[in-house]
Design a protein around this ligand. Sequence first.
Ligand SMILES: Nc1ncnc2c1ncn2[C@@H]1O[C@H](COP(=O)(O)OP(=O)(O)OP(=O)(O)O)[C@@H](O)[C@H]1O
Ligand SMILES: [Mg+2]
Length: 333
Amino acid sequence: MAALDLIGSSAKFRALLDNIDMVASVDSAVLIQGETGTGKEVIARAIHEASPRRKNRLVALNCAAIPSTLLESELFGYEKGAFTGAVAQTVGRFQAADRGTLFLDEIGDLPLELQPKLLRALQEKQFERLGGGDTLHVDVRVVAATNQDLGRMVQERKFRADLYYRLNVFPMTLPPLRERRDDIPLLAEHFLQKFAKQQGKVIGTIPDEVMAALEHHDWPGNIRELQNAIERGVIMTTGPFLSRQTTEHLPRGEAAPVCVPASADPASIKTLADAERAHISATLRETNWVIGGPHGAAAQLGLPRTTLIAKMQRLGIFSETSRIRRWSAAPCA
Ligand SMILES: Nc1ncnc2c1ncn2[C@@H]1O[C@H](COP(=O)(O)OP(=O)(O)OP(=O)(O)O)[C@@H](O)[C@H]1O
Ligand SMILES: [Mg+2]
């Protein structure tokens, strides 16, 4: 896994790694679904690398990137003279992946008319090249990926049910980054070091408020968007701390910021969030708004520093003097 730079430690990510280990050793088809940028391709590669097939090739084909008229010859190859311009016999991706793994990316874009031929190749492990009479036999493990809802496409008759069930033997759904925020600090640090090294810089730290903004953002483009944000941030950084400009363009959180009163009025505590806000605020006042370190509020509350900062932002907790106030748009009365 390390060679593939698969970063994460959240429960959801660890469950994903367990699934990779479980499915890698068998030849069953895997269908990876998830929003854009959630890591479908890296997970497909991880399955191949963890499988006995790693001695052979992983051949990838992006069904959305190739014109539908060429997909069939790309998949299955063609004989010389099969069509105008077919000057020599050509091996398709299926044959190239023999004894290895075929990664069919963006499988939702596979044209309906090609789906029966793919189904036959998967089920019977045999196919013919375009313009050829010989039946070729291959031993290919297929991993497919899509960011479309393939189940819904089947209901809408945009994708064949038989092929869907053939591919969906072992489904893996990758959670969006906003559902595993615990992974954001690790990923951010990883990308920071990666891009700092690439750009010949030495950047030691991500400032608290930058990290909190990273953790709070919803990341619709998921890990790819986070990676790009850190790369841009590293470009803008001149000193040892990741530039605050890294997160300045990110939309602010939706929680209405509230100014923490000197002490919470018990009558104002109605919801669980009110109680959490009051308890965190009281602890912060005790520590004189020191968040990190052995005597800081995070340690007292038994939370990682970054989790506490994210909670503070979500609950709208900030002090007049705290630098955390930088996130908030509303003035403190
Ligand atoms: N767990 C991870 N650790 C480190 N980097 C990751 C991880 N998951 C994804 N990435 C990085 O995030 C980027 C997006 O990953 P990937 O291309 O696999 O996503 P995808 O789901 O296939 O996206 P799309 O649907 O847009 O094709 C890549 O640069 C990849 O290296
Ligand atoms: Mg992809």
